[in-house]
Design a protein around this ligand. Structure first.
Ligand SMILES: Cc1cc2nc3c(=O)[nH]c(=O)nc-3n(C[C@H](O)[C@H](O)[C@H](O)COP(=O)(O)OP(=O)(O)OC[C@H]3O[C@@H](n4cnc5c(N)ncnc54)[C@H](O)[C@@H]3O)c2cc1C
Length: 464
């Protein structure tokens, strides 16, 4: 990207929306040069802070004319480099200032602008007796726009799924600056082709999501937390598959292996039991039925050799939740290098996946704490290494590829929720070619050409 085009674009955008919204000071550019993946730092050409649709429209009009790349950004918590401006001279479009939230209990939705965080949206709903179910562990910083663009999931996914399950309508702005409204904030409407899904998981490569109307859910009368501790990892996996197979629907069904438990205890100081694995499950519902469901879930864990404890004590429940929520932060503090995986496998293959992961860990001799939303078949193996040791770096990269391959071989996917960014591009392409084939790739490339003919939206991500 030639500096002249960028300079022209910055001046014109400044004229249209106000110079104070355009940042070019080195310290500002530095702050937007990486995301939570921390794999690569690239200094952008400029930052534009969007406060309104008009701001976004102006940026996408000018950038499209001048062929300047635009990287939409929410909280910058992507774990796959999706919000890193990998092409020099890019504009990072910060949506955080667009953060209005309106809860409409009568019609069963919350309207949230792209920059509102997932936690703020959840809290706004809770103040009215409802909640917003998707719950990424990063919910304090992850924004609605970023979560939709990544189709984020989270700890309540076992019952409530991922972001796409909650969208009634959204507004997007595409290159050239046109605003498109898709869907209506009613519980049913005639869809035609589902264009909402086109933008969900698109990682900012097709347009900018500015706001969404999202379904909300009544707060459960009662939540009970069940902890199962296992002396064999595969027994924990068996319990999870079996709980789902019997048709029990816990709100949360999380797995932590021994290496994760040890790191969380050491780094975060939580008191956790000793064991090869822990399963953490929440069940929710009316008081009359919730203890029955808790007993059923607990029963399956016991049948599979688990020692269990069931609690509705708020402090005890909070500690266990925080231990799981903080697992990734603990791992990254404990090890100087971490390659985070995000594979999914069919529930019937969960035990096979855990066994194969354990074999890989032994084969390569690297630490690999595994935790994840296992009730969705979603596992996060964290491959830990010393970045100053060439042999460990090589082994870690090889393991990363093999973990992705094992997921595909078992009928799963290389990413369940963290997306592709640039970190998983190669693995993703291999998965698509081997599973979905060229026809799928061709169709998506055509869609990209229609919406973003000049390729300005987040280049270098997914397969664009
Ligand atoms: C500690 C930790 C825990 C995490 N736990 C989870 C988890 O449990 N579940 C999970 O799914 N993820 C998790 N993540 C990953 C990450 O938080 C999610 O992907 C999140 O949805 C990203 O939101 P964000 O606002 O930070 O997006 P960003 O990182 O800012 O952007 C992510 C992608 O979305 C695009 N984008 C951002 N805003 C928009 C917009 N308005 N319009 C169009 N495109 C946009 C960006 O261009 C980029 O491609 C975790 C991350 C961390 C650091």
């Amino acid at each position: 990207m030639s500096g002249k085009y960028l300079d022209d674009a910055i001046s014109e955008i400044g004229r249209k929306i106000g110079k104070e919204k355009v940042l070019t000071e080195p310290e500002d550019l530095y702050a937007y040069s990486l995301d939570a993946s921390t794999e690569r730092r690239e200094i952008p050409g400029a930052i534009v802070r969007a406060y309104s649709d008009e701001d976004v429209m102006a940026v996408l009009k000018v950038a499209n004319e001048k062929r300047v790349p635009v990287i939409p950004r929410g909280g910058g918590t992507s774990l796959t480099g999706a919000s890193v401006p990998v092409v020099p001279g890019s504009i990072v479009l910060d949506l955080a200032p667009m953060n209005e939230i309106r809860v409409n209990v009568d019609d069963g939705y919350v309207m949230a602008e792209a920059g509102a965080t997932v936690l703020q949206v959840d809290q706004a709903c809770r103040s009215k007796g409802f909640f917003f179910p998707p719950d990424p562990a990063s919910s304090r910083s992850a924004t609605i726009g970023g979560a939709l663009a990544e189709n984020a999931g989270g700890l309540r996914g076992a019952k409530f799924g991922v972001m796409k399950n909650w969208v009634l309508a959204m507004e997007v702005i595409v290159p050239g600056g046109k605003k498109i409204r898709i869907g209506e904030p009613v519980l049913k409407w005639r869809w035609g082709p589902d264009l909402i899904s086109l933008f969900i998981g698109s990682e900012g490569t097709l347009g900018v999501i500015t706001r969404a109307w999202l379904r909300i859910y009544p707060l459960p009368e009662k939540v009970v937390r069940i902890l199962g501790v296992f002396s064999r990892l595969e027994d924990a996996g068996k319990s999870i598959s079996e709980i789902r197979r019997r048709g029990y629907v816990p709100m949360m069904l999380e797995l932590l292996d021994r290496e994760t438990i040890e790191v969380v205890k050491e780094i975060l100081g939580y008191e956790l039991p000793e064991g090869e694995a822990m399963v953490l499950s929440d069940v929710d519902g009316p008081i009359e039925s919730v203890w029955r469901l808790a007993k059923q879930v607990e029963g399956v864990m016991r049948e599979n050799g688990g020692r269990t404890r069931t609690s509705d004590d708020p402090e005890e429940m909070k500690q266990l939740y925080l231990a799981r929520q903080g697992a990734y932060a603990a791992v990254t503090r404990a090890y100087p290098g971490v390659l985070l995986e995000d594979i999914t496998v069919p529930l019937s293959k969960l035990v096979d996946a855990l066994k194969e992961l354990d074999n890989l860990r032994k084969e390569y001799g690297l630490r690999m704490p595994v935790f994840g939303h296992a009730g969705d078949g979603n596992l996060h193996p964290n491959i830990c290494f010393d970045p100053s040791d060439g042999d460990q770096v090589r082994k870690a990269k090889e393991m990363f590829r093999r973990v992705g391959e094992l997921a595909v071989r078992l009928g799963g996917a290389v990413s369940g929720e963290h997306g592709i960014g640039f970190v998983k591009r190669e693995l993703f392409l291999e998965e698509i070619k081997s599973v979905r084939g060229e026809n799928y790739l061709e169709l998506v490339r055509k869609v990209k050409e229609i919406l973003d003919p000049n390729g300005i939206m987040n280049p270098g991500k997914l397969w664009f």
